[in-house]
Design a protein around this ligand. Structure first.
Ligand code: IVH
Length: 675
């Protein structure tokens, strides 16, 4: 059928349904991607989306550029069109110390002739500045900042970011005739890490930091590549606006979400420099915990009419300043590159560095992942290198500084014999990793026992590194299950054990038989299964045998489990060695079942943020679990309480934003009957 043959009534009926579907999908997208609060199940959403796609396929004349179906599917471009910003996108002046910041504040006050200025402070995200144009509520053009005057047209790429509304919401307030809204496209640290891990596996070059990853992902001629990258966006600024008045930054940040435009929930109105400095310190303290890289805060004069008075200088406004955090990159020297053997036999090269302070911690080692990575980065023993703490904690070498080479540097070569057991090392076809092939390599055994006994796994106190060394080196323990056959006599024969310490360790080992299913799964050390995934698995399977029987398809139906993890789990349980270990552990008395949540906190979920004064996080978690409750690592609608300790992190802000009950440590202790 062609459009001509359709009756006007039929077309009208379909048009109505299409509009209805778009409305619903827009609303569901907004709740899901902007508010993090899904309204419907994935299946329900998919059904609506498919219905819309089918109708649009059948009635192409009804397709509009702002239809939710139009996010992906634009063809690759030859080159980026240039877009001139109606109002230039300025850059920011920087300051690095409290004194410089106070100096700026005094200048602002002097120019405005006031005693005190009201500021709005926001984290400065390390991403890519963009401008999006909405005409009568419809997204028409999106561009990068470029040189501030002319940027690149990345409209189709921006459309693939689910947080970007293709049409503004108008339920609460009317939409402006014209809106040029500015913000930052960025990548969360976790997503960045995952992306790089995937790239490493495929042998593709790695991105140096989340900023480069975001920029590289957005500036793609083929929008389907952008669509596959985990990009996010926060809005914080205005270009032109017509048909709606906004008079201050505070008003802007409160208004944008009403149009469906995501705003970073972490911002504050600050009266005077002291409050701004307090905000700076707060964000600096929670920097590690923030899901994104922040390289400072931006302090902006709140009142737009005051901004006009201040004007700009040298391409930067006088009304805003970036108050930068101390650098998290330093230079140091690679003293040596050593090789570690992990519990799966993988040989990991590790750089031994001249100790250097980076972002508040001393760094003396950095993993180099594998030989390919060392080649790719061309890191040599003796090199001067740039180190950084990526995504917070794990130090890494960004790049060598070849200009500082003396000719004395040595290239690293992976040994062909295991440095621990002397067994042959192979690099399996298609893998980047070298492995020690000796399954009874003491390094592998020690590592797997250490992991098994660690605090977050079986939590066998007293089974530290040294004791594991003694147990394995003496031949008493050859596999994890041997731990459960140890006798007091055995231990007393070892150096350093006395009556009491031997009894304590045996008591701890005995206690570990009561291990929860989640901890047990984690303790097994299944590749790719960390603590969080272990928890998810434990919520979905009744016992370890139940999990062992799961197929890849079954596993992938669980939210949070992708194909790679599913494959890894199935492989693990296929391995006869692993099956044998599980049988032996079961025979020793470890056979956890899915937790029957009983107890006063049954069904309650807690999140902790900040330092507790009366106990460690681990102890608090145990306490909640003993009483039948659950501890989650991230704040979502499903959380019942957020417990705030000293110096709380972003979880606190998120809880506030979501309206989740926030309680103090005192209140928590009362709740669990400890006070
Ligand atoms: S305001 C003239 N706010 O930093 C006002 N910028 O170094 C400039 N940025 O190009 C923008 N987070 O891409 C502003 N909360 C924030 C920001 C932010 C990151 C970026 C932005 C800008 C660059 C200037």
């Amino acid at each position: 059928m062609t459009a001509v043959e359709r009756s006007p009534e039929e077309l009208e009926r379909v048009r109505k349904r299409v509009e209805e579907l778009r409305e619903l999908i827009r609303k569901y997208d907004y709740y899901y991607y902007v508010l993090n609060r899904p309204l419907v199940s994935d299946a329900e959403y998919d059904a609506l989306f498919r219905e819309l796609q089918e109708l649009e396929e059948k009635y192409p004349e009804l397709v509009t550029p702002d239809s939710p179906t139009q996010r992906v599917g634009a063809p690759p471009a030859e080159e980026f069109r240039q877009v001139r910003h109606a109002i230039p996108m300025l850059s920011l002046q920087n300051c690095f110390t409290e004194e410089e910041f106070r100096e700026w504040d005094r200048r602002v006050k002097r120019m405005l002739g006031t005693e005190e200025v009201v500021y709005v402070c926001e984290p400065k995200l390390d991403g890519l500045g963009v401008e999006l144009v909405y005409e009568n509520g419809v997204f028409t053009v999106g561009s990068t900042r470029g040189d501030g005057y002319v940027g690149e047209d990345v409209t189709n790429n921006l459309k693939t970011i689910k947080q970007v509304p293709l049409r503004l919401l108008s339920d609460e307030i009317p939409v402006p005739k014209l809106l040029e809204v500015r913000g930052e496209v960025y990548m969360e640290k976790e997503d960045f890490k995952r992306l790089n891990e995937e790239r490493a596996k495929r042998g593709e070059p790695l991105f140096a930091n989340p900023r480069n990853a975001a920029a590289g992902s957005l500036r793609q001629l083929d929008p389907s590549v952008t669509a596959s990258r985990p990009l996010k966006v926060f809005f914080y600024g205005l270009g032109r606006i017509e048909g709606y008045e906004i008079r201050s930054q505070e008003e802007l940040l409160r208004t944008l979400p009403k149009w469906g435009l995501p705003v970073n929930p972490l911002w504050e109105v600050c009266r005077g420099p002291d409050e701004a400095i307090a905000f700076y310190k707060k964000v600096l303290d929670m920097r590690e915990e923030l899901p994104y890289e922040a390289d400072g805060i931006v302090v902006k004069v709140n009142d737009f009419s005051q901004r006009e008075i201040l004007g700009e200088i040298a391409r930067a406004p006088r009304w805003a300043i970036a108050f930068k955090f101390p650098a998290e990159q330093r230079t140091t020297r690679v003293l040596d590159i050593v090789v570690q053997v992990g519990r799966t036999g993988v040989l990991t090269p590790v750089a031994i560095l001249e100790p250097v302070e980076v972002g508040g911690a001393t760094v003396s080692r950095a993993t180099l992942h594998n030989e390919d990575e060392i080649r790719r980065k061309d890191i040599r023993i003796g090199d001067w290198v740039i180190v950084q703490r990526a995504g917070g904690v794990i130090p890494e070498i960004v790049a060598p500084i070849p200009e500082r080479r003396t000719g004395q540097e040595r290239e690293f070569r992976m040994p062909d014999r295991c440095p621990v057991c002397g067994g042959p090392v192979v690099r399996p076809e298609g893998e980047v990793a070298h492995r020690c092939t000796n399954i009874s390599c003491p390094a592998r055994i020690k590592e797997s026992i250490r992991h098994f006994a660690s605090r977050r796994a079986a939590d066998i106190q007293g089974l530290g590194e040294k004791v594991v060394d003694k147990l394995v080196d003496s031949g008493l323990v050859k596999r994890i299950s041997d731990l459960y056959r140890l006798t007091k006599m055995d231990l007393l024969r070892l150096e350093g054990f006395a009556d009491k310490s031997a009894e304590n360790l045996l008591g701890e080992i005995e206690k570990s038989k009561g291990i929860s299913l989640a901890r047990f799964i984690y303790a097994l050390g299944i590749p790719h299964v960390g603590e969080r995934l272990a928890e998810i698995l434990a919520e979905n399977f009744d016992s370890i045998d139940d999990l062992a029987r799961a197929t890849e398809e079954e596993l992938m139906r669980i939210e949070g489990i992708g194909p790679e993890v599913a494959r890894s789990i199935v492989e693990f349980f296929k391995n006869p060695e692993n099956r044998k270990l599980i049988e032996e552990l079961k025979a020793a008395g470890l056979n956890p079942r899915r937790e029957v949540k009983a107890g006063p906190l049954a069904g309650r979920t807690f999140v902790f943020t900040g330092a507790l004064s009366s106990m460690t996080r681990e102890e608090a978690k145990r306490l909640v679990e003993e009483l039948g409750g659950r501890v989650a690592s991230t704040v979502s609608r499903k959380v019942d309480y957020v417990v705030v300790g000293e110096n709380p992190g972003s979880k606190y802000e998120k809880a506030r934003a979501l309206g989740i009950p926030i309680i103090t440590e005192e209140e928590f202790l009362k709740l669990v009957g400890k006070k």
